[in-house]
Write a protein that binds this ligand. Structure first.
Ligand SMILES: [Fe+2]
Ligand SMILES: [Fe+2]
Length: 145
């Protein structure tokens, strides 16, 4: 009985460490995704497209900030500063296509996290993030000719 309790605590600790590692990675990814969309918006040929893409940039910044809040909630400390990469986009449409792949991947990734971390508020955050990424993937197809 005591061994079981010990094992359970051990599993919980490992699960939390795994989650924190993911959150650090996601904070970096979402921050860079946001910068990418700010850059992509500059290349958008139509004003209407630009405002939709700026909306994506703000969504991604919010994802990063939500993950930071969750990290602080779980650890009581601030997460490490994300490593920022200057976005390289040669061509608008190519940039859009690259994001459709990335967003549809994130849609699935966060859905898998939702299944794995089934306790609120963690699962709720992953669920809502997954939905937003799915919406991005679908809306990006508006910009293909
Ligand atoms: Fe995102
Ligand atoms: Fe996204």
């Amino acid at each position: 009985m005591e061994t079981n309790e010990h094992m359970r605590k051990h599993d919980e600790r490992c699960e939390t460490i795994g989650l924190l590692t993911k959150l650090e990675e996601y904070i970096t990814d979402e921050t860079n995704d946001s910068l990418y969309y700010y850059r992509l918006a500059e290349l958008a040929p139509e004003e209407e497209d630009r405002s939709i893409i700026l909306g994506f940039a703000r969504d991604e910044a919010m994802h990063a900030s939500n993950f930071k809040i969750l990290y602080r909630l779980l650890t009581g400390t601030v997460p490490p500063e994300p490593v920022v990469v200057e976005p390289q986009i040669e061509d608008f449409e190519e940039g859009v296509e690259r994001r459709i792949l990335a967003e549809s991947g994130d849609f699935r990734k966060y859905a898998m996290d939702y299944v794995e971390y089934h306790e609120p508020p963690v699962c709720d955050l992953f669920y809502l993030t997954s939905v937003a990424e799915g919406q991005h993937a679908m809306r990006l197809t508006l910009f293909l000719n």
